[in-house]
Design a protein around this ligand. Structure first.
Ligand code: 4NP
Length: 161
């Protein structure tokens, strides 16, 4: 059986979406039955940072909460992602619009905002890249943790019951 793909998408794939990938992967590791059914990755709609490690501020703030982002490297969204990933989850509205423009007509998966899974309609994970302080990165982590819990519950209900 092919695995269900979950792809987290932001602009640069160095702040928000790698944070989402790292948080979601660690939570998923506590649910091996579900982990075996999923393929998880992240990507950016822009290619400025391809090949780079996550932003050092994202990595440091994530590490404080026990999430390791060090193995992640930025890549750009590729049209074949619509074949491999059934859940394509955008961090904000602009990235969702960019993804909708790439969406092939035959895509039957879920393309939407990640924070829908935190029970927040039309809510965005704010871009922390140009903020000087730590607060923006903490907010990203808070939002991503909440949405990851919601997404895990959703996937458990869909795939394990
Ligand atoms: P991300 O943050 O989309 O959460 O990875 C950004 C990273 C880089 C840039 C913008 C946002 N940039 O303009 O280089």
């Amino acid at each position: 059986m092919s695995r269900t793909g979950v792809l987290f998408v932001c602009l640069g794939n160095i702040c928000r979406s790698p944070t989402a990938e790292g948080v979601f992967r660690r939570k998923l590791a506590q649910r091996p039955e579900l982990e075996a059914l999923l393929e998880v990755d992240s990507a950016g709609t822009a290619a400025y940072h391809v090949g780079n490690s996550p932003d050092s501020r994202s990595s440091a703030m994530a590490a404080r909460r026990g999430y390791d982002l060090s193995m992640l490297r930025a890549r750009a969204v590729d049209p074949v992602d619509f074949d491999r990933y059934r859940y394509i989850l955008a961090m904000d509205q602009q990235n969702l619009v960019n993804l909708q423009a790439l969406r092939p007509s035959g895509f039957s998966g879920h393309l939407g905002l990640f924070l829908d899974f935190a029970g927040k309609r039309n809510a965005e994970v704010p871009d922390p890249y140009y903020t000087s302080g730590e607060r923006g990165f903490e907010e990203v982590l808070d939002l991503v943790e909440a949405a990851s819990d919601g997404l895990l519950a959703h996937l458990e209900a869909e795939l394990l019951r």
